[in-house]
Structures are given as structure tokens and as C-alpha cells.
Write a protein that binds this ligand. Structure first.
Ligand SMILES: [Zn+2]
Ligand SMILES: [Zn+2]
Length: 144
């Protein structure tokens, strides 16, 4: 693993992630689809590894009882999805990174919510979960 850095379009917010995970996934849920305009491609990172510069420019929206979504208030770039419970992980969009080389696209969730007009190449080789499977796996922990 290696450190990776990234930033929003205007550069007001910069992220540095220590030991950026080698794998990332896509979420096709309705909220991510609306938020990104397509699907949310992100890696899961523990909060202690995420360092944010330019935090004054970060705007946040509580998109569910258990999570927030953040963006740059100046340029609108989506910055992260984060579980709001103490120690909750960040989902850092890989599109923010200065260098995406070497990352592996390893999972897709809410696959049954994906519009039928597009698909990522290689989905069959990835770990996938449907909406119902996600609810079954994540619901108990999100109700804390
Ligand atoms: Zn910005
Ligand atoms: Zn989603």
C-alpha cells in the first residue's frame, strides 16, 4: 500500500490518505447515482488515515441516519461519503486522486439498481451485491 493524494477541481480542498487501499468498489444505489450522475467509485479508508487540508471549504449533507456526503463548497466536487458513527470509515472517490495507477476495481454493490443503459466491463469477475443483500449485510450495524 502507498500514500495517495487528491484534490477537488478548484484545489481549495486537498486530501492526503496514508496507506490508500489497493482496491475500490462501485455503488449503484439511487442516492449515489443522483449524487454522482452515474455510480460512486470509491475506496474504504479508516478515518485516522484521512488528512484534509482546506476543511473550511467542505460542505456536508446528512444523506441518511448513518452517513454524510461532503463536497467542496466552492467548486462542487464530491469529496467523500462517511459513516457518521465514531470511527466511521470514509469512502474516498478514486476520481479525486492525482495518481490512480495500480488500483483494482474489485466490487460492485446495489448492482440490481444500475440503469440498464450502461455497465462496467468485467462486472462478472467482481464481488457483487444486490440491494437486498446490502440491506441484509449492513442494516444491523447501521442501526447502532
Ligand atoms: Zn473545490
Ligand atoms: Zn450508494
Amino acid at each position: 500500500m502507498s500514500d495517495r493524494s487528491g484534490h477537488c477541481i478548484c484545489g481549495a480542498v486537498r486530501l492526503h490518505v496514508a496507506d490508500f487501499p489497493p482496491e475500490f468498489g462501485a455503488c449503484h444505489c439511487e442516492t449515489c447515482r443522483r449524487w454522482t450522475g452515474s455510480a460512486f467509485l470509491a475506496a474504504t479508508v479508516p478515518p485516522e488515515r484521512v488528512h484534509v487540508a482546506g476543511g473550511d471549504h467542505v460542505a456536508r449533507f446528512r444523506s441518511s441516519d448513518w452517513a454524510e456526503r461532503a463536497w467542496c463548497a466552492r467548486c462542487g466536487t464530491n469529496l467523500w461519503y462517511r459513516l457518521t458513527r465514531p470511527g466511521g470509515a470514509y469512502e474516498i472517490p478514486i476520481g479525486l486522486l492525482d495518481d490512480t495507477r495500480g488500483l483494482k476495481f474489485s466490487s460492485e454493490i446495489y448492482v440490481d439498481c444500475r440503469p440498464d443503459c450502461f455497465a462496467y466491463e468485467g462486472t462478472a469477475a467482481r464481488a457483487t451485491m444486490t440491494r437486498a443483500e446490502c440491506f441484509e449485510k449492513f442494516a444491523p450495524s447501521t442501526e447502532e
